[in-house]
Design a protein around this ligand. Structure first.
Ligand code: ASP
Ligand code: MG
Length: 475
């Protein structure tokens, strides 16, 4: 195997959120550079900062700017405390604090402007949200420099080119590839570590955009895939991907390996470790991905592996690998005998759902065709129902559709494992476990990939179901 050359590392909010964690980050970067000649470092905003920024902007849009002063001082304290401790060079410390202060002042200006307008456009929200990474990158860059590491701090707006879909911008991979290579390669060739912002990009005209909440992971995947890097490591505050939420099952374990298709299901079904968009670019580029813990850096973490043959996984006893729960969902059902054999009902139903900009994590339709049932996030459920009632107004009038209704809050419980494919009896075990636990199943879906089975249960049964299903994971 050729020697590994290029490593992209992304540090999450908690990794850069305290002096203690940043001291670890400095060590991690140092160690990584000893192993890899070319290293790129990407940072999130300090933990809590993006929320604070966006809350300030939302309040400003309602004309409330009273709490702006406290946001301002929180940001100053958070950043300056770290700067004073980690940036030894006095001049560098001053310059860094001044730059961060300028960004804090621009938050104040932006929020005041938003308050005057009485609304925050998506574009303005991105200008505000980007400030978190723009602050933390300066702090981290200077802290690394102070530790004697040869870095170059650079905002990713210089090379992540996106469309103008503010708050959820899509990268232009062609333009981004050219710029990333053009800007980062000369630095990497000289052994300099570029330290850059996650989460943000810019339109071709240079207007700041963001890739969506939690998008720093995606930034790492984009940069890693276009360079291309050999490896992308995501540094977070847990040891890796766990068999389930340890708050529900204290004996949950960290998985040493997980396949791409499993992690895609997990990310989709609510495991918060990795932004779902991260996976595709690294898979397409064949790059190794690892999730590791800044506070426990010697732990091997979780490695993503190419999809191993399922029978092999099954033989290793790895049939069910993880269990997740997405809470706060509602099941929406459209039912009526007049739907039988009528083409286009599903298309119109999902068109109506899409018009509310709601995404649907689970769909089932019984073969009788007398009902379509799907899950939506609880907060969107009412607008989804309204949209459905509008689109089917005449069918409801004619009684071809009897009713459109929703449940109380439910959870989607998903068991994931590539070994389930070609392993008969897994569904049987799943439902036996649930039956024994007395969790009542309201709906079921299995993806045709056979990598996961999802069940909908009442909110109150969530923990019961997760605990019962976790017992299927071979220890
Ligand atoms: N700071 C951004 C957020 O909180 C992006 C990220 O941390 O990944 O959403
Ligand atoms: Mg994150």
């Amino acid at each position: 195997m050729p020697e590994k050359q290029t490593l992209v590392m992304k540090f999450g909010g908690t990794s850069v959120g305290s002096t203690k964690a940043l001291v670890k980050v400095i060590q991690i970067v140092n160690d990584a550079h000893a192993e890899y000649p070319r290293v790129v470092v990407i940072t999130s905003a300090m933990s809590g900062v993006t929320n604070l920024l966006l809350d300030s902007a939302s309040l400003a849009a309602q004309g409330k700017i009273d709490s702006l002063a406290s946001a301002e001082s929180t940001l100053r304290e958070k950043n300056f405390a770290v700067a004073d401790l980690l940036i030894k060079d006095e001049k560098l410390c001053e310059v860094t604090k001044r730059e961060i202060n300028d960004l804090i002042l621009s938050l104040v200006d932006l929020c005041k402007a938003i308050a005057v307008l009485g609304e925050a456009s998506p574009r303005a929200m991105d200008a505000v949200a980007s400030l978190g990474e723009r602050m933390s990158v300066r702090l981290l860059g200077a802290a690394l420099e102070s530790a004697g590491i040869n870095v170059n701090t650079i905002e990713s707006t210089e090379f992540i080119v996106t469309n103008a879909h503010f708050q959820n911008a899509h990268p232009d991979f062609k333009a981004t590839t050219e710029k990333v290579r053009g800007i980062l390669n000369p630095l990497l060739d000289e052994g300099i570590i570029p330290v850059t912002t996650g989460f943000i990009g810019a339109t071709p005209e240079g207007v700041i955009t963001t890739l969506g909440r939690g998008g720093s992971d995606y930034s790492a995947a984009i940069i890693g895939s276009v360079l291309p890097a050999d490896e992308v490591w995501i540094w977070t505050d847990v040891d890796g991907i766990m068999t389930t939420d340890p708050r529900i099952v204290p004996t949950a374990k960290t998985l040493s390996e997980i396949t791409y298709s499993e992690i895609a299901e997990l990310a989709y079904y609510g495991a918060k470790v990795l932004h779902p968009k991260t996976i595709r670019p690294v898979v397409d580029a064949g790059i190794g991905l690892r999730i590791c813990n800044t506070l426990n850096p010697t732990h091997p973490g979780t490695r993503l592996i190419a999809n191993a043959p399922p029978d092999l996984q099954a033989r290793n006893g790895q049939v069910v690998k993880a269990v997740t729960a997405i809470r706060n969902q509602r099941l929406v059902t459209i039912e009526g005998r007049g739907m039988l054999g009528v083409p286009g009902v599903a298309a119109r139903a999902f068109g109506a759902v899409a018009s509310t900009r709601t995404s649907v994590p689970l769909i089932t339709q019984a073969s009788s065709e007398q009902s379509i049932c799907f899950a939506v996030p609880a907060e969107s459920a009412t607008s989804v129902i309204n949209a459905l009632q509008a689109v089917f107004a005449s069918e409801i009038e004619e009684e071809d559709i009897d009713r459109v209704w929703m449940t109380e809050d439910v959870s989607i419980i998903t068991v994931v494992g590539v070994g389930m494919r070609h392993t008969p009896g897994v569904a049987g075990q799943v439902f036996t476990q649930l039956g024994n636990s007395k969790a009542n199943v309201l709906a079921i879906a299995q993806g045709s990939s056979e990598v996961s089975i999802s069940m909908v249960v009442a909110a109150a049964d969530t923990e019961l179901a997760v605990k019962a299903l976790h017992e299927l994971i071979v220890k």
